[in-house]
Design a protein around this ligand. Structure first.
Ligand SMILES: Cc1cc2nc3c(=O)[nH]c(=O)nc-3n(C[C@H](O)[C@H](O)[C@H](O)COP(=O)(O)OP(=O)(O)OC[C@H]3O[C@@H](n4cnc5c(N)ncnc54)[C@H](O)[C@@H]3O)c2cc1C
Length: 461
């Protein structure tokens, strides 16, 4: 049964759905409460989408409302770095720059990652991105709160966008075939209606539930442990490090010359232990995870050595100087936390009057740092397509345009998600043929700059 019908019977048991709609919404939603677009969820994706649509000259006559459940706050840059950071790709950088959000981040702080080094703890094969590709910068590290604060600051300057904080949506009613607008009720009883609802309300999206679309999801049975790390010495710190351990990847993302951010994906039991450890035990665990020598498989060792010699004979060796990650000396007090990791994908991103964007539509493992980048890619695409719809005289909720958005994004998101999922599964195994396959694959990819460029370009789009 459709979620919208459940809602009607739960909240207004005795009315039939159609009775309810004609009796209530038509009389109670005033023109003041009608918006052309309502964005549900003012996280990083929703707030950036509000800025982007608000700045789109083709949409300048449209009234846009952003609803966010949490309290709005005047944001200022704290002295301490937040433990939640994201690695943003050049495509996201362009979006943030074009929508004037980047200037606030630039006035705050961010780190440029010049090189990404990834290696396998079991076979010691590695791959480096950055110096060999023509891309100047691999990515930028930005705190989640800073990005959100920057987008919230910028959206204040846009006349046709209103932002409502403390606005938790209780339920949605999506239009039937004979209706044209979406109805939205907040927990405090306020009602809105809109031509188009954009669901940016995250992994547990209520918009997605109201759309009643199929959602493929599973838990990785892993937690992402995060913390702000103090390095043992001052270094240039422009390299992001990631080591694939048998229990999951551990990554250091550079923040300053003396600080990095940890993202360590591991089993829930291990994550629980890591959170309980004293600071010095936790630091020892991190250093051990990065440096520990694991027992090697002689078949894999012999094969990778032979393959390396072969590549050298063919003059294909990448000949990169292997650098070593920094040693960790401590952590910022109170910066340790853990988050559950899971996969999710909505088989459809659109329904009549509604569209899913960001984590509401898709969720992936953080091992490739692509989660929110996919969401920002959705923002770029949706902004262009809605602009085109209005420019050609169509309605914002014209399904042929919404379908174009869905097709374009699924063509990008699904292969990226499958690649990340494949990497997760490949590195989650100690089975010799799998270790051999991934080690040779990594060696081969490492020396093939065109292939690396393809990977970087796919990740950056
Ligand atoms: C450990 C970890 C590391 C990560 N690292 C990276 C990385 O390096 N790079 C990367 O690209 N991604 C990364 N990600 C993924 C990234 O954090 C998410 O993709 C991103 O936060 C999703 O943003 P969003 O705006 O779509 O959703 P959310 O951040 O979940 O925002 C949803 C918003 O909707 C609001 N909301 C929800 N329900 C309602 C309601 N009923 N009414 C009103 N408002 C509502 C919420 O309050 C919230 O503000 C990582 C994730 C984890 C767990």
């Amino acid at each position: 049964m459709a979620q919208s019908s459940i809602w009607v019977s739960n909240v207004f048991g005795k009315f039939s759905r159609n009775n309810f709609l004609t009796k209530h919404f038509s009389s109670e939603v005033t023109s003041k409460n009608y918006y052309d677009v309502v964005i549900a969820g003012g996280g990083m994706v929703g707030t950036t989408l509000a800025c982007t649509l608000g700045k789109n000259s083709k949409l300048s006559s449209k009234r846009i409302l952003l609803l966010e459940a949490s309290k709005g706050k005047d944001w200022s840059l704290p002295e301490k770095y937040s433990n939640r950071v994201i690695s943003i790709n050049p495509g996201t950088y362009k979006l943030l720059n074009d929508s004037d959000i980047w200037k606030h981040i630039k006035n705050g702080r961010y780190t440029t990652v010049k090189r990404l080094q990834v290696w396998d703890a079991v076979s010691d094969t590695s791959i480096t991105f950055g110096e060999q590709t023509s891309a100047d910068d691999v990515s930028y590290i930005v705190e989640n709160d800073l990005l959100l604060g920057a987008a919230s600051e910028e959206v204040k300057n846009i006349n046709n966008v209103e932002v409502l904080y403390n606005a938790k949506v209780k339920c949605y009613h999506l239009p039937d075939f004979h209706e044209n607008s979406v109805e939205i009720i907040l927990e405090d009883g306020t009602r809105y209606s809109s031509e188009l609802l954009l669901g940016c309300d995250g992994v547990n999206s209520q918009v997605r539930k109201a759309m009643d679309v199929n959602y493929l999801s599973w838990s990785y049975n892993q937690m992402g442990v995060v913390a702000t790390l103090k390095l043992s010495e001052e270094i240039e710190n422009t390299v992001a490090w990631q080591r694939f351990l048998p229990t999951g990847p551990i990554a250091f993302l550079p923040l300053t010359k003396t600080l990095s951010s940890l993202v360590w994906s591991t089993t829930p039991e291990h994550a629980k232990n890591l959170l309980k450890q004293s600071e010095s035990e936790f630091v020892d665990s991190i250093n051990e995870a990065i440096w520990k020598v694991f027992s090697r498989n002689s078949v894999v060792d012999q094969a990778t050595k032979t393959f390396d010699n072969l590549l050298r004979m063919m003059n294909c060796s990448a000949d990169t100087v292997r650098q070593y990650p920094p040693k960790i000396a401590g952590i910022e007090e109170g910066s340790r936390a853990a988050f559950p990791l899971g996969f999710g994908h909505a088989t459809s991103y659109i329904a009549k009057g509604a569209v899913l964007v960001g984590d509401a539509a898709h969720r992936i493992h953080p091992l490739a740092g692509q989660g929110v980048n996919l969401g920002f890619g959705d923002v770029v695409c949706l902004n262009r397509i809605l602009g085109n719809a209005v420019y050609s005289g169509s309605k914002l909720n014209d399904l042929s345009y919404l379908k174009e958005y869905e097709t374009e994004r699924q063509r990008h998101n699904v292969p990226t998600m499958l690649a990340v999922e494949g990497l997760h599964r490949l590195y989650n195994s100690n089975f010799t043929p799998v270790v051999l396959l991934r080690s040779l694959g990594l060696q081969a990819t490492h020396v093939m700059n065109p292939l690396k460029k393809i990977i970087v370009n796919q990740a950056a789009a």
